[in-house]
Write a protein of this length. Structure first.
Length: 454
């Protein structure tokens, strides 16, 4: 009885195939750890409660009557449109699936994209292999006849130049990338992309490591950059210090060297010494753009400067986003310079790109509006600020003067009122004295008159 579900799944798949009720197989592609959705190709499904999802290669049922058969498998889920979603893809997930509803079924084949590094007899070569597989192994060449092909590129999707790299194919599902080994290939990323009918279906990146290698880092001046090391390591300046240089960087807890504001003086090698004794070297190159006026101030010359830690390699290139036909490329010691001359009247936004073997490594923008910031403009701005400050100071002093004058007038008014009160009191006292004198005089006159009568 325990074998009945598996036998029934197997017999049903054979029955559907014999009856011609299967739709053409749909091919899906994903890499380990990816999420992928397997569509159910049965049309007009009224309810997912009638849908079963089966893994045909191991004869197991993952969804029955619209419900997961193992609720503990959190990587699987049934979507509203009855599609089966698989998260965090594992090796055993790559196989044939069948969506069944009643007497109708639809098959989906899930392939896994892989990258591996293989050893070569030539110690100066690196070999990467990109191929399709299922849970039972690599896909046979005869299965790769549906417009499938593999392409190699850099991390930014720039096609790989075949001058230094060799690509070999044994089938449309298998491709080799053979790299001439260099120290600067350390910690470099390569991308394998799978296309079906010229449509990208899946992609996978691989990072190569080289013994005693050098990791190249490109950064624009004024930006920040972090050189990551392990948790148990120390980072030091590998080169001698430049005279008068201020080192604007610090080491954070993860032993990463963080340069807060990159300048051309930071273009050098940095060594990371791990507790195991292994040493990693970071080679920092900086990119900057400067501007200067030509005679008559009618033209502007932009200089895009790549400052290399050592001598700039021949596979480095500098290009402008616009008007590259007017640019001049030159080498000067450890710098690569691309100068561009154009009229001041132009108002384009220009970008300088630095590429390594065609792969974009860094860029820096320049706005033509920056040319308007001339010394005259700065002087006018400074004069305007001085006028504003002087006006503010004048208004403050005037208000203070008016306030002090008002206080002084108030004091004078109060003193004047006090004097008026004193004068008034004195007048009243004098009038009272005069009144008393008149009354006394009148009394004396009346007395004298009485004496005369007597």
């Amino acid at each position: 009885m325990a074998l009945y579900p598996f036998i029934s799944v197997f017999l049903l798949s054979l029955t559907h195939a014999a009856a011609g009720l299967q739709s053409p197989d749909l091919m899906m592609f994903a890499a380990l750890g990816d999420s992928v959705t397997l569509p159910c190709g049965i049309p007009n499904i009224e309810s997912c409660s009638s849908v079963n999802w089966r893994q045909l290669d191991n004869y197991s049922e993952v969804v029955k009557a619209g419900r997961l058969t193992d609720p503990n498998v959190h990587r699987l889920s049934l979507l509203k449109n009855c599609s089966l979603q698989i998260n965090h893809l594992e090796s055993n997930d790559a196989q044939r699936y069948s969506c069944v509803s009643g007497s109708v079924s639809s098959e989906v084949v899930l392939y896994r994209l892989n990258i591996s590094e293989e050893s070569t007899p030539d110690d100066q070569k690196l070999e990467l292999q990109c191929f399709l597989s299922t849970h039972v192994g690599s896909v046979r060449p005869e299965k790769c006849d549906r417009g499938i092909h593999i392409k190699w590129s850099f991390e930014d999707n720039t096609p790989i130049d075949r001058n230094r790299f060799r690509i070999e194919k044994s089938s449309d599902c298998f491709s080799k990338l053979i790299i001439t080994k260099k120290k600067t290939n350390h910690q470099r990323k390569w991308k394998c992309q799978l296309f079906q009918n010229d449509t990208a279906k899946a992609a996978l990146s691989y990072t190569t490591t080289v013994k005693d290698g050098i990791e190249e880092v490109f950064a624009a001046v004024g930006e920040s950059v972090s050189l990551s090391c392990s948790n148990t390591s120390s980072l030091t300046d590998y080169n001698s210090h430049h005279e008068g240089q201020t080192e604007a960087y610090h080491v954070i807890k993860e032993s990463s060297l963080v340069i807060g504001k990159v300048s051309a003086l930071h273009a050098k090698d940095y060594k990371c010494s791990e507790s195991s004794g292994q040493q990693n070297v970071f080679r920092l190159h900086t990119l900057d753009v400067s501007a200067e006026y030509g005679p008559g101030r009618d033209n502007l010359t932009l200089s895009c400067v790549l400052t290399c830690s050592k001598e700039c390699e021949t596979n480095f290139s500098l290009t402008w986003s616009e008007h590259s036909q007017n640019s001049i490329l030159m080498h000067n010691n450890n710098t690569l310079i691309n100068r561009l001359v154009f009229p001041v009247s132009m108002t384009d936004e220009l970008t300088c790109f630095v590429r390594r073997e065609g792969e974009l490594m860094a860029s820096k923008k320049w706005h033509t509006g920056n040319s308007l910031v001339t010394p005259l403009c700065l002087a006018l701005t400074l004069g305007l600020l001085i006028c504003i400050a002087a006006g503010g100071l004048y208004m403050y002093m005037k208000r203070k003067h008016n306030k002090d004058a008002g206080n002084e007038e108030l004091d004078i008014e109060m003193e004047r009122n006090h004097v008026y009160e004193d004068v008034r009191d004195a007048n009243e006292e004098l009038n009272q004295q005069r009144k008393n004198q008149r009354e006394a005089a009148d009394t004396n006159s009346f007395y004298d008159l009485l004496q005369a009568v007597n």
